[in-house]
Ligand binder design. Structure first.
Ligand SMILES: CC(C)(COP(=O)(O)OP(=O)(O)OC[C@H]1O[C@@H](n2cnc3c(N)ncnc32)[C@H](O)[C@@H]1OP(=O)(O)O)[C@@H](O)C(=O)NCCC(=O)NCCS
Length: 333
């Protein structure tokens, strides 16, 4: 067996890689999502300046056995590298994952990063001894944070949204709530990016410390191009102060490949503007937009730190239910 890079512009190779990822990621994990072929291609055709992404696979001769990737931030969090290893059930327990992980760790070390981070997910019942946890521990990783995956069946009852929206409204009278589908207006971008950059700092992340990210209006526009190329739609609701100062946001992502699901990405209220029920307000408005635009979607999947009580409370009220744990593991290089 050996590990080789996967050329993302080789359609046949990328197809095999993606097939292995699907088998590994979706096995016993209906809440997981994988990148579609179009999304993977778009990530390389419109690369982020702020991150180095590379795909690798374990081969036995010409047969591809497992896929993995590394993501190394280039402008912030310069001590960290993120990796993922995906071995389909048919090839497990033969050292395939260990070989690939070792290769990815070396590649991250070559970028002079010192913290190797990996995420996985499994059901609550197995959280202390699931095979993926054993694999991580056997390879020298320790758990540093635990998120919980939650699922919300759609549509959410309109009456519930009305009730939550009306209860929140008197608390945020000085703010304007606006939903954006597609391009974010130029005037909003500087404050919108500042809020996105703050998410890793403000959301609880256990024993691992993240710096602010370095998204700029220019790099955000590149992300929009990547989304358009892959048929992905971002549905965002923001709260604004004055004409264009974004002080809260929430993002839902609707992917062409997955026809039934939407993914809840970040939600953040600026520190100076908390306590006005803006978190509820933006989420309620965003779900309304999702119902209207994508009535065929049947669920929203999200994850939050297990201890992020404020966000979890809002999600509980909306009807999200926990389905799995999503731990992060770290190994120092
Ligand atoms: C986790 C995963 C990558 C392991 O791949 P693999 O090729 O089966 O792993 P290896 O054969 O190299 O296993 C190495 C060690 O991990 C532990 N391990 C792996 N699978 C295990 C299992 N089913 N039960 C108990 N221990 C297990 C063992 O200690 C094993 O060593 P051993 O076989 O000498 O006892 C694979 O199951 C997978 O792709 N899971 C889904 C994707 C994922 O969550 N990846 C991130 C994991 S942190």
């Amino acid at each position: 067996m050996d590990v080789r890079p996967v050329d993302p512009f080789d359609d046949e190779l990328l197809g095999r890689y993606q097939d292995l990822c699907r088998q590994a990621e979706l096995y016993e994990r209906p809440w997981e999502s994988i990148w579609s072929h179009a999304e993977l291609r778009a990530r390389f055709e419109h690369p982020k300046d702020t991150e180095h992404l590379e795909l690798f696979a374990t081969f036995d001769g010409d047969e591809m056995l497992a896929g993995g990737f590394l993501e190394v931030p280039l402008e912030d969090n310069l001590d960290k590298g993120f990796v993922h290893v995906m071995v389909p059930p048919a090839h497990r327990r033969r050292g395939v994952g260990t070989l690939l992980l070792g290769h990815l760790a070396e590649a991250v070390r070559a970028h002079e990063r010192t913290e190797l981070l990996v995420e996985t997910s499994y059901s609550f019942g197995d959280r202390h001894d699931h095979p993926y946890r054993r694999f991580a521990e056997k390879n020298g990783f320790q758990e540093v944070n635990v998120e919980v995956v939650r699922v919300l069946p759609l549509p959410v009852d309109d009456e519930l949204l009305d009730r939550l929206g009306s209860a929140a409204a008197p608390h945020h009278e000085g703010y304007r709530v606006e939903t954006i589908v597609g391009e974010v207006p130029d005037a909003y971008l500087p404050s919108y990016c500042r809020l996105h950059n703050q998410l890793g700092v403000d959301a609880p992340t256990g024993d691992v410390d993240f710096e602010e990210e370095s998204l700029t209006p220019e790099t955000f526009r590149e992300t929009e191009k990547r989304f358009a190329a892959a048929g992905t739609t971002r549905v965002s609701t923001v709260a604004l102060l004055g004409d264009a100062e974004v002080v809260a946001y929430t993002d839902l992502v609707v992917r062409a490949e997955e026809t039934e699901r939407a993914n809840q990405w970040g939600t953040l209220v600026h520190r100076d503007h908390r306590g006005h029920r803006l978190g509820t307000a933006v989420k309620v408005a965003n779900l309304r937009e999702l119902h209207g635009r994508f009535p065929e979607r049947t669920e929203v999947v999200t994850s939050n730190a297990e201890v992020n009580q404020n966000m979890v409370d809002i999600n509980d009220r909306l009807g999200f239910t926990p389905v799995a744990v999503l731990p992060m593991f770290r190994r120092f290089l």
